[in-house]
Design a protein around this ligand. Structure first.
Ligand SMILES: [Zn+2]
Length: 132
């Protein structure tokens, strides 16, 4: 992002410029957060206890005797739910990655909101120069 020329005209820093500068600082701050994102992955890690399907097995009648835990990653792709089986070793890796993904999405939506605010300010500044 190009440094807005606002900071140079700080002498006549009217309220609009001050808040634009504040938004710009916040934007840069949030953008640094992007660098701290670790490997990420869309979805949720589920832990499941399963019935094996054998009528004689204890799991058929007793929920506490179900087998597992089994782990899976679930996410939506093209409107369909996708389930991927995970080993018990893989589960915590994917759980952490899913958390990073949520963090990334939060960051992105904040950056998006802030960008729109800044763009509005920049447009007003550009428009105000036209009249001079
Ligand atoms: Zn069973």
């Amino acid at each position: 992002m190009s440094r807005v020329s606002v900071s140079k005209s700080g002498i006549r820093s009217d309220a609009r410029n001050v808040s634009l500068e504040r938004h710009t600082q916040r934007f840069l701050e949030l953008r640094r957060g992007l660098e701290q994102i670790e490997y990420f992955c869309k979805g949720t890690v589920l832990k499941r206890m399963m019935k094996c399907g054998k009528a004689q097995c204890a799991c058929a009648t007793d929920a506490s005797k179900r087998h597992g835990p089994y782990f899976e990653l679930t996410y939506k792709a093209n409107g369909k739910t996708v389930n991927v089986k995970l080993s018990r070793e893989a589960a915590p890796l994917y759980r952490a990655a899913a958390q990073q993904y949520r963090r990334l999405k939060t960051l992105l939506s904040r950056l998006d909101k802030l960008s729109k605010t800044i763009l509005r300010h920049q447009a007003k500044l550009a428009e105000s120069k036209r009249q001079k």
